[in-house]
Every structure is written in C-alpha cells, then in structure tokens.
Design a protein around this ligand. Structure first.
Ligand code: OGA
Ligand code: ZN
Ligand code: ZN
Length: 365
C-alpha cells in the first residue's frame, strides 16, 4: 500500500474528489487555492473503501476537519514517485520522429468512405496526425469547399485573413508566392500568426501541371539532429526570437518566435520555419552572426533529401498535417498547367479531443 507521508498537503487537498470540492455534475473544482487554510496538514489517515467497495484512504484534515476519500488506485497512479506523468501530447517525447524511408512501405492513409463510416479507421487516421504528423485521405470528393467538411470531421476551421479556405493556384497578382508556379521549399505556414494554426489541410482538386509534387519533412527530427550535431546552433534557435511578418493591402501580421520552440523541460514542441516571411532581425552583430550560422545549419538539415518524403497529390487527396511540426514543400510547376488545391487551417487540440472521445466510445462498447 502506498504511503501518504510523501504527499504534499496542498497537492493532496487540491485533488479532493468530494462533492464540496468538485461539482459532481462536471468534475469542476469549486474552491480557489487561496481558500485552503495556510496551516493545512493531514490530521489522520484511515483505511476504508469507496461507495462502490474499492480500497481507499480517508484523510482527515487539520485545521478545518474536512474529510477526503482517495481511491487506492488513484493514489498509486498519481502520488509523487508513481510512474512518469504522461506528456501533453505535443512534444517530441510523444511523437514518432521519422525520415523519408520510414514510409517505404506506404504513406499513412485512409479512404474517405471508410474514414467517414468506420470509427476505427477515423481513429487510426487521427492518431497518425498526432504521432507521425500527417495523414493522407484518399477519395475525398473533388468538390469546391470540401476541405472545410474534411476539417469538420475532427474539429473547427480556423478562419484567417485568407478566408475560411485559401485557393492554392496561380494568380495574376499573388499576395503570396504559394499562388504562383514557383518552387516552395520546406516551410511551416503562417509563422507570423500568434497563435499559429496548428493544423493545415490541403485538398487537391486538380494536379495536371508539369511538376507541383509535394514534400514533407519532420521538423522535430531535423531539430533533434541539429541538437545532436551542433548543440550551440540548436540552443541559439531555441532562444532567439525571429520576427515573422506578413503584409498586404488589408492585413499586417507579425509574431516574434524562435525557430525551434521548446517546452519548460527543454523538449522540442514547435517549429517555425519560413524563408518567405522571416523579417529583419535586430540584434548586436555577434548575435546576428550566431543566428545566421545556426539558421543555415538548420536550413541545410531541412533540405537533406533523406529527410524529405516526396509524393504527388492527385485529385481527391486531402493531406492533413501538423503545422507546428512538419514542414511542407512543393516543386515548381508549369504555370500553363492546371493545378488547384484548396487549403484550410484547423487546430490540433480539437483533433486530439475528437480522437480521445472516439477511443472512449470504443472502449465503452
Ligand atoms: C501553401 C503551400 C503547397 C502546394 O499554400 O502554403 O505550401 O503544394 N502550398 O502548393
Ligand atoms: Zn473535499
Ligand atoms: Zn505552405
């Protein structure tokens, strides 16, 4: 049986599950941390059972005589020293990092009809976005605005200044190089937005042009390689905020963020990389030199052929990917040819929620 002596009193009391402390209808906490007595202490502990007969411990608190009942299983899973706490699902620890050869046996993909009708297929596809950073849906109806319906199968569309969706096709007066036939090197989208859209969808309606093949690079993997090969460069890219900006007639956006975002434990959590929209850094000369050396190192890694997964979108394909992890690219294409994608942004918390609920429903069956 686990001991309660190691449990910090404020932590233990903050997790009291009683109906005075948590609303039984929704589990939400009913008190403020400042409501707890400053001299809070465990007065007594008794072995007991929960209402449904499971082993539990009752804690009597001083000085307010409050009583808390903790199931033994909850204590075993949560007390300090219990097996490691799960991560938040967003850092390198919760991902499968990859190089292109990981997909020699095929891409993570799902057929649209199966995806929409079979919860297991849907769960596997969404899991692939969280774990590998992407999934390719095949056989999606080739219909105007269909990309929005795809986003709504797992979450909410993030509308931006580009609209609910954006058209990726050659335009006469493009406000973005994406809307020309130019090659686009690996990048994340909209690094000038805060918060950045965490998911991107690209739905292929037509791809009859010469060229215009797609590429994906695992930015977490590239950042981990940089950390191993050049720790100083890595450190620089986690620390120096880069000024990203976008402006056209109606819009002016900016966000200052490092190219490699890490969590408080130092784990890779977010990549921003876009040569088209990085602005002018304003720093002392020696720090500019260090930044540019590191930026070039990282840029070299991101262009390594073995890291880039190459494929071609065909009409009816819809690529869904983590825009905070994967970089996407396309080869140049002949502007005389017909190529039209519709893109949209959405967010990964909604996708993770949809997957969690799907799994809950499956395990309840
Ligand atoms: C974009 C983009 C890729 C493509 O629109 O942001 O990267 O395949 N497009 O055209
Ligand atoms: Zn309580
Ligand atoms: Zn893009």
């Amino acid at each position: 049986m686990v001991s309660l002596t190691s449990a910090p009193p404020f932590w233990l009391r903050d997790n009291c599950p009683c109906p005075d402390c948590r609303d039984p209808r929704n589990g939400q906490k009913l008190f403020q941390i400042t409501d707890l007595p400053a001299a809070l202490a465990v007065a007594a502990v008794h072995d007991t059972r929960t209402a449904d007969g499971a082993p539990a411990r009752e804690v009597v608190w001083a000085p307010d005589r409050h009583r808390s009942l903790y199931p033994e299983t909850w204590l075993a899973a949560h007390l300090p020293g219990a097996p490691a706490a799960p991560g938040d699902g967003r850092t390198e620890d919760d991902k499968e990092l990859w190089a292109a050869s990981r997909f020699d046996g095929g891409l993570p993909e799902a057929d649209w009809d199966a995806y929409t009708t079979d919860p297991n297929v849907r769960a596997a596809a969404l899991d692939s976005v969280l774990r590998l950073g992407f999934v390719l849906l095949r056989g999606v109806p080739v219909r105007d605005r269909q990309v929005l319906d795809v986003a709504r199968t797992f979450g909410h569309v993030r509308e931006t200044n580009y609209g609910e969706l954006f058209e990726v096709r050659v335009e006469a007066d493009p406000n973005n190089l994406a809307f020309t036939g130019a090659r686009i090197t690996p990048h994340t989208d909209n690094p000038y937005r805060d918060p950045v859209p965490t998911l991107q969808l690209l739905h292929c309606l037509t791809n009859a042009a010469q060229g215009g093949d797609s590429g994906l690079v695992d930015g977490f993997h590239a950042a981990a390689l940089l950390r191993a090969q050049d720790p100083e460069a890595y450190e620089t890219l986690t620390r120096v905020p880069a000024p990203f900006a976008f402006a056209d007639e109606r819009t002016e956006l900016r966000a200052h963020r490092p190219l490699i975002g890490i969590d408080p434990a130092g784990r890779i959590r977010e990549i921003r990389f876009n040569n088209r929209s990085i602005g002018t850094l304003r720093l002392p000369a020696d720090r500019l030199d260090a930044f540019y050396a590191a930026y070039r190192r990282f840029g070299d890694l991101l262009l390594r052929p073995e890291l880039q997964l190459d494929f071609r979108l065909t009409p009816g394909d819809c690529l869904i990917f983590d825009n905070t992890r994967l970089l996407h690219a396309r080869t140049a294409f002949a502007e005389s040819g017909d190529r039209h994608l519709q893109g949209a942004y959405a967010d990964i918390d909604g996708l993770a929620s949809t997957l969690a609920v799907l799994r809950r429903e499956e395990s309840a069956k």
